[in-house]
Design a protein around this ligand. Structure first.
Ligand SMILES: [Fe+2]
Length: 288
């Protein structure tokens, strides 16, 4: 096996891992280096990869159990744990109309700062996104490191924020975009959930947890709570806390949902194809 090298990016977080070919079986030693880089650098990038859906699932599972995506048309065919992040219809292979409701919800929901699955009782630990078809322009993914941002706040402010609970709710996200509610059955499965505004990572670091699915702050007048979340998001997404990934076909990007926000940057939705496959590692338990 060629030597594996972890090369930190210049942005203050994030690293590229070189010398790891994910189309080959992953040794324990290689996995340990990858996992260590993920825990240390928050966003890790592996370029020029060419692996199958089954391999994507297999190496993702080494990090923990995967989230299941219930709607078959969102899944890579035959793989309920692979989410298609795309403007291309799975069945027709054509670009979806922009006014398609499901597509609209997805596009709007990913283009603003968010954390994957923050609206679930057990939110996700990490996501692994693989670039298959990449637009010639736009469609970058921007990341904000909310642990770095939190650490940059004054101590008194940090202590205050640690007392705050935020309700995350996917239905609230839909309402904000003027989309109709989903069925009663789906809503019952994913009810509003409380999350701490400041979550704690296993290594002791603390990070802001907020983003698009944060509906409102518990026990705070709505206006005040909304202003708090919007001010903190503006603070955490300043350039010094951000990395913007420009996709190439064959890139695998893995990020830590426990301490990041991310968003997809705009691209020509009706003129360019974009297809990425995502697996998501489930968290270990509720944060509250
Ligand atoms: Fe996302």
């Amino acid at each position: 096996m060629a030597a594996i090298e972890v090369r930190p990016l210049d942005q203050g977080f994030g690293a590229e891992i070189l010398g790891l070919d994910l189309s080959k079986s992953l040794s324990q030693e290689a996995f340990d280096i990858w996992n260590g880089a993920f825990e240390e650098h928050t966003v890790v990038i592996l370029r020029d990869q060419d692996f199958t859906e089954a391999q994507h699932v297999a190496f993702s599972e080494k990090f923990g159990p995967l989230e299941v995506f219930t709607d078959p048309k969102d899944q890579a065919r035959g793989f309920p744990t692979i989410l298609r992040v795309s403007n291309v219809d799975r069945d027709t292979n054509e670009i979806k109309p922009v006014d398609d409701l499901g597509h609209k919800s997805f596009t709007l929901g990913t283009s603003d700062w968010h954390t994957d699955s923050s609206y679930k009782r057990v939110m996700s630990k990490a996501s692994l996104l693989y670039g298959i078809e990449i637009p010639t322009r736009g469609g970058d993914t921007a990341f904000s490191n909310t642990a770095m941002a939190f650490a940059a706040l004054p101590e008194k402010r940090r202590e205050e924020l640690k007392q705050i609970v935020v309700i995350h709710d996917f239905e609230a996200t839909r309402r904000r975009f003027g989309l109709p509610p989903r069925s009663e059955e789906i809503r019952r499965k994913v009810p509003p959930v409380p999350q701490p505004l400041v979550s704690k990572l296993p290594d002791g670091r603390e990070a802001l947890l907020m983003g698009l699915h944060a509906s409102h702050v518990e026990n705070m007048p709505r206006k005040e709570g909304d202003a708090l979340l919007s001010d903190l998001t503006a603070f955490a997404t300043q350039p010094q806390f951000c990395y913007r990934h420009k996709w190439r076909k064959g890139d695998l990007v893995m990020w830590d949902n426990r301490c990041t926000l991310h968003r997809a940057m705009p691209y020509e939705l009706e003129g360019e194809r974009r297809l990425l496959h995502r697996t998501t590692i489930a968290g270990e338990g509720p944060l509250i």
